[in-house]
Design a protein around this ligand. Structure first.
Ligand code: ADP
Ligand code: MG
Length: 694
């Protein structure tokens, strides 16, 4: 949907005002038009509607008092500060400013009447306010009759300015009728929703008798209305997106039973029940003439690759090409090897594309792809670059989809332009999305879940070791390697700098080489040329490397079943999903596996919580749920990843009731009153819905 601008952008800046850069500042807040201003709602409120007598101010609470300055001086001990005494009928209060301008010294002179907002504390001189909000008044200055809203802002944009613009925007849009109700009355009635206009006006200018507590908690009916609206807009746009997808054409790729089983026979194992179930879901989607958009979720090691391979096989047997994209070269290479083992014996040609391959190889691969000789194409981000032209792409598979952005998924889809079809899309992820989030942000995707691990896996035992017990860890590694097993040693994560990360990896490798003169040790890190990277991985797979020192490049996908010990250094620095993924590199064979988390004290509160969660649980869904509650949805998902503008007011977890209501309402409104749906979307998403293309 293309957003029509409501109200001129020019109206953000009042005529004749110095507005250099003002527009940019509003833009930084996501405000482009009048309605955006109306929906820029306060973070919190200050109560300036009444005055406390100085002698009766409650402690630890923001209060307002008013009085006359009876003394004012700049003091130099213990440090330079402006100290004034303010008196009302009941008592005296000190106010202190540690940073102040000369003009303030003049302004706060004896005899002036001031209104102060702040917390009263017991200070050196007596009751005091430090850096109160302060303005000059006269004896007859009225008190405001609404709570004062405090808005989210950005550097250089004062509360005063935002407040003023919002007041203007509210008044103007009220005049033009753009605050009028757009939802059907039955919906408002059923969910007991307050009127929209009334709600926004109230939230911007709550009356003096409003409960600050309800407002602050966001449980006030005015907030409920706004949150419902926001969730409804999200549901409407996702549903429309879903419908639009259903109206596009994809090649129908029906299952050819017998042929699928030739690949199945090549496998050394039977599919698990869960794999069969998700495969049936994918297979039936592929048979339809509309593009599939399915998210395949399954915990680390649940066997998503083989499901992807079978889906690819179904497409290829219908004479359509398949692209498989992975976020790292190591993982893409591993897929290439594994799938070559399955597909080459069946006479299917596979092309390999990566950023670092030689020109000649690349040109050959590109020709194989565009001329349709290669039916399966495996690679990294290199897959959606411009020069890559498919002959007839029918299915795009994106592994570890959470590592890619929406634009990238979109780019891959346009690769089928030549056929006039939109390809089917299968996205895979081992970072499960908790149900509430999936219901909101991913409402347009179909989701399949592999909820069972292949048989014979042993649980990975997780152990926490403080850094000072490093020697014990070293002994374990040595014993395990001498017993014929292999191990990973994950280097500390240095997020700030690639160069430092490299240095740390090299140092770790060197010191471990000294520690273990008796072991064959390899090193793999992100900066290693890809040929060397794959050579190292190959030697590890073959068993000629016993201990693999690695950065987090091995985080996703790597599959070496004989490796059953992992040491993670400075585990306290890593995020939960990263730890879970890393740990998933062991426990892939029948051997009992151990993951040792080395950590260094002191631990931050959050680091302690993360380590406890990863120690207590091996279930990816449970870990994701806890991760979400630790970090909140904004950190957990980014708009870039989900493809949907992030919710600003509602929280799918906390507002689960409203979310459920919005889901039902969205369906009804689209069915019964599509004009109302359009008006609602315009109000809430305006021009922000371009994301929904993905
Ligand atoms: P992930 O879901 O993390 O991508 P993989 O697809 O890499 O997991 O599978 C992990 C390992 O399990 C691989 O070695 C794979 O060959 C093996 N595997 C997959 N499915 C089964 C099965 N049904 N029975 C036994 N082993 C399986
Ligand atoms: Mg995988």
């Amino acid at each position: 949907m293309k957003g029509k601008r409501l109200g001129r952008v020019g109206s953000l800046v009042a005529p004749g005002e110095p507005d250099e850069g003002m527009q940019d500042k509003f833009a930084a807040l996501g405000i482009a038009n009048e309605l955006d201003l109306v929906l820029h709602l306060p973070l919190r409120y200050e109560d300036e509607t009444h005055l406390y007598p100085i002698a009766a101010t409650p402690p630890d609470k923001v209060v307002q008092v008013e009085g006359t300055i009876i003394q004012s001086e700049v003091m130099y001990r213990p440090r330079r500060q402006l100290v004034c005494q303010v008196e009302d009928d009941t008592g005296i209060l000190f106010i202190r400013f540690l940073n102040f301008y000369g003009s303030q010294v003049k302004a706060y002179s004896v005899g002036k009447r001031v209104r102060l907002l702040g917390e009263v504390r017991k200070g050196f001189f007596g009751a005091e306010m430090v850096h109160p909000k302060c303005h000059m008044v006269s004896a007859d200055t009225l008190l405001p009759d609404a709570l004062t809203p405090i808005y989210p802002t950005t550097a250089g944009l004062s509360q005063e300015t935002i407040r003023k613009r919002i007041r203007q925007a509210l008044a103007h849009s009220d005049q033009t009728g753009s605050l009028n109700e757009v939802l059907p009355v039955e919906v408002l009635k059923r969910y007991q929703l307050q009127d929209f206009r009334e709600s926004v006006i109230f939230l911007h200018q709550p009356t003096a008798d409003a409960s600050v507590a309800l407002l602050q908690e966001g449980t006030h009916p005015a907030w409920s209305r706004i949150k419902f609206d926001e969730l409804l807009a999200q549901q409407l746009s996702l549903r429309l997106h879903y419908q639009k997808r259903r109206s596009r054409c994809a090649p129908a790729l029906p299952e050819k039973n017998l042929l699928t089983s030739t690949l199945l026979q090549l496998l050394s194992f039977d599919l698990t029940g869960a794999q069969k179930k998700v495969l049936a879901e994918i297979s039936s989607d592929l048979a339809k003439p509309h593009p599939m958009q399915r998210l395949l979720q399954g915990d680390v090691g649940s066997g998503k690759t083989v499901v992807a391979a079978l889906a690819a096989f179904q497409a290829i047997k219908n004479d359509y090409q398949v692209a498989i994209m992975a976020p790292t070269e190591i993982l893409a290479e591993q897929h290439y090897q594994k799938l070559s083992g399955w597909f080459t014996p069946l006479g299917i040609t596979i092309a390999w594309l990566s950023g670092s391959q030689k020109k000649k190889q690349r040109q050959d691969a590109l020709a194989d792809i565009s001329e349709g000789r290669a039916m399966l194409v495996i690679g990294t981000h290199a897959l959606f670059q411009e020069q890559v032209e498919f002959n007839r792409l029918g299915l795009a598979i994106i592994d570890e989809q959470h590592r890619f952005g929406v634009e990238q998924r979109l780019a891959l889809r346009t690769k089928a332009a030549k056929t006039g079809f939109v390809p089917h899309q299968l996205m895979m992820s081992a970072t499960p999305i908790p149900r509430t989030l999936a219901m909101s942000y991913y409402a347009d995707l179909d989701v399949s879940v592999i909820d069972e691990l292949p048989p014979g896996r042993t649980q990975v035992v997780t152990k926490l070791f403080e850094e000072i017990r490093r020697d014990e860890v070293i002994t374990r590694v040595r014993e395990s390697c001498h017993a014929g097993k292999q191990a990973y040693w994950v280097c500390p994560l240095i997020e700030e700098s690639d160069t430092l990360q490299l240095k740390t990896a090299l140092e770790t490798y060197e010191s471990l080489t000294l520690t273990f003169p008796d072991l064959k040790i390899g090193l793999v890190h992100g900066r290693l040329p890809s040929l060397e990277k794959s050579a190292v991985m190959e030697r590890f797979k073959q068993g000629s490397i016993q201990l693999l020192v690695a950065t987090t490049v091995i985080e996703v996908g790597v599959d070496v079943p004989n490796a059953c010990l992992m040491v993670i250094e400075h585990a306290e620095r890593m995020g939960l999903s990263q730890l879970h993924q890393l740990r998933g590199r062991v426990g892939r064979g029948a051997e009992a596996s151990v993951c040792i988390l080395l950590y260094q004290n002191p631990l931050s509160e959050n680091a302690r919580k993360r380590l406890r969660i990863i120690f207590e649980s091996t279930d990816g869904f449970e870990i994701a749920r806890q991760d979400l509650s630790l970090r909140g949805p904004g950190q957990f998902l980014s708009a870039r990843q989900s493809g949907v503008p992030m919710l600003r007011f509602a929280d799918p977890e906390k507002d689960a009731d409203l979310l459920a209501a919005a889901r039902i309402a969205a369906e009804e409104i689209l069915r019964d009153d599509s004009a109302s749906a359009q008006r609602h979307l315009l109000r809430w998403l305006g021009n922000k819905s371009q994301y929904l293309q993905a």
